[in-house]
Design a binder for this molecule. Structure first.
Ligand code: ADP
Ligand code: ASP
Ligand code: MG
Length: 423
């Protein structure tokens, strides 16, 4: 008997029919003798619907008070899902109970809309499992030290599931979604994308942080930190396929690098349309300038991603960086109203229509010329690179958003990712 955590995403929970199928699948695993904890997301579109209503009433909800309410609103989507799934499980003849994050409790810090899990008390859940119940726990939410409901950021149910699996030392965490695993790139953009049977934890971490939303980045971080065996698989296969067959399907996130030794240099391509670029023009080129620009940005709790400073002319330089598109206006206002005038910068320019495309692969550690192949491919398609950032196993470029699909397709082909491999 193993302790297994299943996570089902929005599309997997999209209709009552889908929820019934999830219940049948979970019941199958429980009947095979496993202890089951299930973490569903809100039904597809529901979180957007809830936040859409909030936006109608309060377009600029950046205060802590407003963000508290946003979380209280958004968290209701998952509360409906857990109740419906527990009912569906009961209809399948299972004993099942649902809990909201605060009932477990799943403790988080107080960063509304992007809270971090600090601890999970598993006593109540263990007691239920011990008497044969399936436990259904809301994804995406927790409770802060003051008792306020918090959410973990969009796509956060992945993180809830992996964190619960880590806290309970589960034997495996299965992330059920609307694709049958992790692909070389988003199969919705490149139909030739191939499913990977395994992907190394480090590659998955880079792919998630570079924008592959198949797994929320924090879920991958948790899996790495606590060594949670993690698999991504489809909830759209027939629910009654044998458990052993299902348990081997999809993509396994591995922790052993040597399994990948003989494989492609580049394993995947990620892209991110959620960023915006800001350039401060004509700042004095002297020590402390990066701090004077980015210090106030950090103080405003705005995350900065790619940064470049150009060579200076006549003692002045241009300084560019990217932020999340949601923070674009706030960053522009901050720079225009206070930072730029203090520094004597001549202008602040913004471009919200950029995207970041990244190639990822642990093979990049041991191969040279990978980045230059990327740059050549983009230049052959006439795509201008605005910024570059690299790490040991990835190279990212910032380009005009309108070239995103073209760039991803061209790179996918250039690195032979559409070719079958012997896995
Ligand atoms: P869920 O609601 O189940 O959490 P998401 O929409 O968050 O599902 O994530 C699944 C989606 O991730 C897929 O439908 C796919 O379009 C997208 N995706 C992006 N990059 C990849 C990738 N490399 N492999 C697989 N899917 C990807
Ligand atoms: N329902 C939340 C969202 O849409 C969390 C999730 O689906 O993982 O972002
Ligand atoms: Mg998701």
């Amino acid at each position: 008997m193993a302790l297994i955590v299943h996570k089902y995403g929005g599309t997997s929970m999209g209709t009552t029919e889908r929820i019934r199928s999830v219940a049948q699948r979970v019941a199958k695993w429980a009947r095979a003798g496993h202890q089951m904890v299930v973490v569903p997301s809100a039904m597809s579109g529901e979180t957007n619907r809830l936040l859409g209503m909030a936006k109608e009433l309060a377009p600029n909800s950046s205060t802590a008070e407003a963000q508290r309410e946003l979380d209280a609103i958004a968290a209701t989507g998952e509360q409906v899902s857990v109740g419906l799934l527990a009912l569906a499980l009961q209809s399948e003849g299972m004993q099942a109970v649902s809990y909201a994050g605060w009932q477990v409790p799943i403790a988080t810090d107080s960063s509304f809309t992007k809270a971090r899990i600090t601890s999970i008390d598993d006593q109540r859940v263990r007691a239920d499992l011990a008497v044969g119940k399936v436990v259904v726990i809301t994804g995406f939410q927790g409770i802060d030290p003051q008792g306020h409901v918090t959410t973990l950021g969009r796509g956060g149910s992945d993180t809830s599931a992996v964190a619960i699996a880590a806290a309970m030392k589960a034997d495996e965490c299965l992330i059920y979604t609307d694709v049958d695993g992790v692909y070389t790139t988003d199969p919705r953009i490149v139909p030739e994308a191939r499913r990977l049977t395994t992907v190394s934890f480090e590659e998955m971490l880079e792919m998630a942080s570079m924008g592959s939303k198949v797994l929320q980045i924090r879920s991958v971080e948790f899996a790495g930190k606590y060594r949670v065996p993690l698999r991504v698989l489809s909830s759209f296969t027939p629910w009654d396929i044998p458990v052993e067959e299902e348990a081997r399907s999809g993509t396994l996130i591995t922790f052993e690098e040597d399994e990948k030794m003989e494989q492609a240099v580049v394993s995947g391509i990620a892209f991110n349309r959620d960023e915006a670029k800001i350039t401060v023009i004509g700042v004095p080129d002297k020590p402390g300038i990066a701090f004077q620009i980015l210090g106030p940005v950090a103080e405003a709790n705005i995350d900065v991603d790619v940064i470049i400073q150009n060579v200076s002319h006549d003692g002045r330089t241009d300084f560019s960086f990217t932020v999340h598109r949601n923070d674009y206006q706030r960053t522009m206002d901050l720079l225009k109203n206070s930072v730029a005038p203090t520094l004597g910068a001549s202008q602040v320019r913004g471009d919200p229509k950029i995207c970041k495309v990244s190639i990822v692969g642990i093979g990049m550690r041991s191969h040279v010329g990978v980045a230059s192949r990327m740059f050549r491919t983009l230049s052959e398609d006439g795509i201008n690179i605005q910024m570059i950032s690299t790490s040991e196993i990835k190279t990212s470029v910032v380009i005009d958003e309108k070239y995103m699909e073209l760039a991803v397709r061209a790179l996918h082909k250039a690195f032979d990712l559409d070719m079958p491999t012997q896995e």
